[in-house]
Write a protein that binds this ligand. Structure first.
Ligand code: MN
Length: 427
């Protein structure tokens, strides 16, 4: 007798991980799956052949994706996970798991949940300081607010896309030296190597504490590439912040690692430089930093290994901050962490930083010199974290290829607005 874990587990995808995805087999409808080694377990099939779950949890597990589980709340997702861990590690259930599962090479993955509201944070001190040095060299690298609250902005949920979906280079208004902007394909297309947090449960009246965020609302973690058009972003962002330079595509990895699978990856965040206001103060809380090491490759060549453990702000702080004004949490809310950059050059999570604003092009192992992305290039993010008992938690990958912009020609700049030599422009 052996367990399903004995039979199928691989390093990174053992019973400690069991990430969730929405998958289909050839000709089939999407269903919720959990990964063990190189098998995708069809949860609807497993709950119908193995007992032990209540009706609510069975229903949530039998859905086409994570939406119902995220609505059902943390008690349901904890029940499903503990049952699943039990099934895959119990003698006598290996046959049932095998019967209910498919080789991952034979399935297609889909968006694992419907993104409700999407917020992108800016939680890496090294990234924020590098960006400050590049764009505001005459000022202190960090703005005065940065260590008092987790800076973020509301993003566009509808353009969070699944890993593997390629997309065309975005177009927009690009700043031009000494003249009006021009319209055309971005010349400074970049990545942002981030992790993403998937939220569940409802908190309609907001004011979610750090503790409740961690225990009731953080469902899972994915890899997240928040593609950014730096030229479009640079021209448009004053005074209201990022808009079209960020909202054309943001890719997520498709195996959602449960928050509960990261218990052994939790580390203390960096020492807080200032006393934090009470709702953000994690001095006496559990450590919610995460020891995830990411990898960034371009066309298969490694360019960077961003360390998530260096992030200044934690996911519970992001939840507490977003909700302190009374804004609620909805199932399917999604947070980007912000670009993850460590202190070393080869730990930077954007080409903006790796090429220092385009002034220091770097060379890929294959000999290609680059600053920003060219059409046809493929960027892949990977990530691993320590699991319990020396195991590894693998996040799979988040990948996409840049397609050419959808029209070949660039459109000439609009005529500049006539501004009188003195006084305001006429309305
Ligand atoms: Mn971002």
């Amino acid at each position: 007798m052996s367990t399903a874990a004995d039979r199928f587990a691989t390093e990174g995808f053992g019973p400690e991980n069991l990430p969730y995805a929405s998958f289909s087999t050839r000709g089939g409808n999407p269903r919720l799956g959990a990964r063990l080694g190189d098998r995708a377990i069809d949860l609807a099939a497993l709950v119908s052949s193995v007992e032990g779950l209540d009706a609510v949890t069975r229903t949530a597990a039998s859905a086409p994706n994570l939406d119902a589980l995220l609505v059902a709340g943390h008690e349901t997702w904890t029940a499903l996970r503990s049952w699943l861990v039990d099934v895959v590690t119990s003698e006598g259930q290996a046959e049932a798991v095998e019967q209910a599962s498919h080789p991952v090479g034979e399935i297609e993955l889909h968006m694992p949940f419907t993104v409700a509201d999407y917020v992108d944070y800016y939680a890496s001190e090294h990234h924020a300081a590098n960006v400050g040095r590049i764009f505001r060299p005459e000022q202190a690298p960090l703005l005065p607010n940065w260590k008092h609250l987790p800076v973020g902005y509301h993003g566009r949920a509808g353009t969070v896309i699944p890993s593997g979906q390629d997309f065309p280079r975005p177009k927009g208004l690009r700043p031009e030296q000494g003249g009006p902007p021009s319209f055309g394909p971005s010349r400074r297309l970049d990545i942002e190597a981030e992790i993403g947090f998937v939220l569940g449960g409802c908190a309609p009246s907001g004011e979610v504490s750090l503790e409740r965020a961690a225990t009731e609302h953080l469902f899972g973690v994915v890899l997240f590439n928040d593609w950014s058009a730096r030229d479009i972003q640079a021209y448009e962002y004053v005074p209201l912040g990022p808009y079209l330079g960020k909202s054309f595509a943001s890719s997520i990895s498709l195996w959602v690692v449960p928050w509960e699978a990261l218990s052994a990856a939790r580390v203390a965040p960096p020492t807080r430089e200032h006393d934090l206001v009470p709702y953000l103060d994690d001095t006496n809380e559990q450590p919610w930093g995460l020891d995830i090491t990411m990898g960034v490759t371009v066309d298969g060549h490694a360019v960077s290994s961003p360390p998530v453990s260096t992030m200044y702000w934690t996911a519970p702080q992001m939840v507490a901050h977003m909700t302190v004004n009374g804004a609620g949490v909805r199932p399917g809310d999604f947070f980007g962490s912000g670009t993850v950059s460590g202190p070393e050059r080869d730990q930077r999570g954007s080409f903006l930083e790796l090429s220092w604003g385009g002034t220091e092009p770097f060379t890929l192992a294959g000999g290609t010199e680059m600053s920003f992305l060219e059409d046809g290039q493929t960027v892949t993010l990977t990530g691993t974290a320590p699991g319990p008992g020396g195991s590894v938690i693998d996040f799979g990958e988040c990948t996409a290829t840049i397609l050419p912009a959808t029209t070949a020609g660039e459109v000439a700049a609009a005529a500049p607005t006539r501004v009188p030599a003195s006084g305001p422009a006429p309305e």
